[in-house]
Design a protein around this ligand. Sequence first.
Ligand code: ARG
Length: 485
Amino acid sequence: MTNQNMPTNEPHRGEPEGGEAHPAAAPLWHGRFEQGPSDELWAFTVSLPFDRRLWLDDITGSRAHVKGLAKVKLISAAEEAAVLDALDQVEREMRSGSFTFLATDEDIHTAVERRVTEIAGPPGAKLHTGRSRNDQVATDLRLYTRRELIDVARRVTVLQRTLLHRAKEAGETYVPGYTHLQRAQPVLLAHHLLAHGWALFRDVDRLLDARRRADVSPLGAGALAGSSLPLDPRFTANELGFARVFDNSLDAVSDRDFVAESLFCCTLLAVHLSRVAEEIVIWSSEEVGFIRLDDRYSTGSSMMPQKKNPDIAELTRAKAARLIGHLTGVLAMLKGLPLAYNRDLQEDKEPFFDAVDQLKLALSAMNGMIDTLRFDRKRMEAAADSPYLAATDLAEWLVGRGTPFRDAHALVGALVRDSLERNVGLPELVAAHPLLGEEAAALCAPGQAVQRRSSPGAGGPVQVAKQLVKFQKQLDTTMTRLQDA
Ligand code: ARG
């Protein structure tokens, strides 16, 4: 067996122990086999390089399992203590970086159990009683999921706080609202910022919901069918703080719904970030010029000295694509699997871990960029002050005086066409029109149209003031939910 599969790029690695033959240097299944695995098999199947990050979850799961074994008297109190002490030592070694992984450690479960046995001696050999790596890995990954989904959700609330802060700060600054990326009606900048913030509330809610469904202990399902030993899965579930325990051992070891669902929540969140990012790209272009990025959150060009590029936003768009790939990859991996455990399931980890890692980075970077960018109020309002953005208000003004909306729409539409064709200002034409006049023309004045967006949930100042209060309240409630989770 070669050494090339030894994980080398992570902190929890000690130096190899001076080449001495190791007592546990055979695979876990060595009893039935005459020969060890080929290098090719090992290189292809080993998962330690990526599942080693589950080391603490694996130790946590093992502690619960050992206590469970002692509780039902499958091991003695002394054996329990010896294995728990060994697990403590493994934790210390992992934390300090002195833990030595061996080339024969196929995955993190093997590595931990191997080391426990080295430290504890014969009691260590009892650690895996009634357990399989199939229920073990499902347990580890659910522990990881429970923790990470909360972490992601917390980071989302940080971004929401920034959006809220920027929205409050924006006051009555207004921007063109768009449909089809064509200027449509003006709204407060705060309204636009909070629109993204509300989408993020749904993301947090989804993350917490997915977490609730993931909160089931599979420990005690064994390889697939449970055990002939008197295990107590409810006891270990309680030890691990899981809300529920599996009902069906086959389902327990083969269910990766929680991975697929978490990936979906992460992916939709990434899609939301990507939409914010796309607007930042557009708004920071010279053509639009609504925002200027802070130096610390933009990049320059190696060739063109004048450039200031929105790379964080661009990469956020691309990370969303990457997460979509991870989600579809995992769904495709799952779709053909017969019950129960299949090695295919090992392929759940890299996409899941990567999705969480990339998403956390994107959330932090986007947060910093949004927190520090500068809005160009003049340019935004100048763009929103085009009299054509008051066209709907003119039609609605006529509606207020008894004109059916369809007729009002046609009348104002004809004035807009006339204005564009003859190059005459819309306010002038409005003022001269017998059904409209000066009062209506005043609606086209700068800053007027946004003031009139006053229906519930609308983008004008009166409603946005209420929205800010509501958003703040919901954010407070969400933070409390996350603290209690
Ligand atoms: N590394 C494996 C995984 O991630 C652990 C379970 C291995 N089980 C097995 N029967 N080979 O799925």
